[in-house]
Design a protein around this ligand. Sequence first.
Ligand code: V47
Ligand code: SF4
Length: 404
Amino acid sequence: MSGALTIPFARITDPVVRRIAERVAAGERLTQADGVAMFASADLTGIGVLADAVNRARHGDIVTFASNQHINPTNICTLRTTCVFCGYARLPKEAGAYRYTLEQVMAEARTGNNGMTREFHIVGGLDMQAGLEYYTTMFRALKAELPHVHIKALTAVEIAHIARIEKKTWAEVLTALKEAGLDTMPGGGAETFSAAVREEIARKKLGAADYVGVHRTAHELGIRTNCTMLYGHVETYADRMEHLQMLRDLQDETGGFLAYIPLAYHPDDNELGKRLNRQGIATSGVDDLKNLAIGRLFLDNIAHIKSHWIMVTPFLSQIALHYGVNDLEGTVVREKIYHAVGAQTTQAMSLDDLLKLIRGAGKVPAERDSFYRVLRKFEGTEDGRRTDASAEDSFGHPSSVSAA
Ligand code: V47
Ligand code: SF4
């Protein structure tokens, strides 16, 4: 879907944002300096209406979600002591460390979402005992028993880790995983690309160029991926924009990114939160909305901007539907990573609650598949109750990468 771009200029009060809006109206691309200026601007409404106009021109009133289930097979991680923002990882002998057996993964997969799950989102730690065979066996077993379920698994950091312990190239690892059933990859592990920030919050973690390199390799192999940015810790506005620039550049090259998901840093139960002396809330509602809106405006070549309600609360995600967001992280079952760092939100949301949230924002909910094709629209507006699901419809997105 794509329609006319109608920008309500009268609602933009900051002259700096208005000049940016004029350039958007003229079809010009935004610069990193534009992004920094918007982060610094007090005109949240102006930035919001601009992002909303761009989003509406692309997606109309449709807000998508997927029925997905998170499976985190191991929390054992070699970066446990240097990734200081993470509260999920454990050393092999530390209390709480776990690595699922294949049976445990299958048992968790079977219980998920009353058989409604369409996507498994599988990520974990950098575990020396979880190599290529661990994952290929897992993906084959999942596909054998639940062939209709899409496997979105393993961040770029995990792919590089497996390649290192197996002494293989990224392409060899990705090819083997694809053959075993890997469909797409999530965007985790990006954090903030700046080398100085990485040194402070994620020392020894895969660097920016390699994160981009793994995604490029995946795209070249026909594996589409998502991308993320962790914000709200020690990074500057300039760091954020440099990060978004690298994502936009790769997307110009490959067209392989499906969605961008800004991730709000949670400070509880992790070393960084203690160091920064922050507990409870790290980011503000304004900053969360700006990250989503600026993502929509700057990443003009990434079709989908997703708000992760587990991180920023369902209420803020609902408001974000007017700030450039067209997709909500779905009916997630048993999310562990953010709940290890203090996320207070529920671990799963029912379909009815999700529909209520989207309709409450005046939008039309639609369930999608993992390639963002609409499977069913939920028409009707009556106080959040489910009406019927309409016939198939699809809004794809142009790309040079074929669906895996
Ligand atoms: O890379 C870890 C983040 C990410 C914290 O691709 C934290 O569809 C906040 O990337 N506070 C993994 N964030 C999750 C992720 C993701 C989530 C949902 C959808 C998709 C997708 C990807 O979680 C990690 C890291 O950036 N994380 N610790 C923390 N304390
Ligand atoms: Fe390990 Fe990922 Fe946590 Fe870093 S964020 S410690 S790589 S599980």
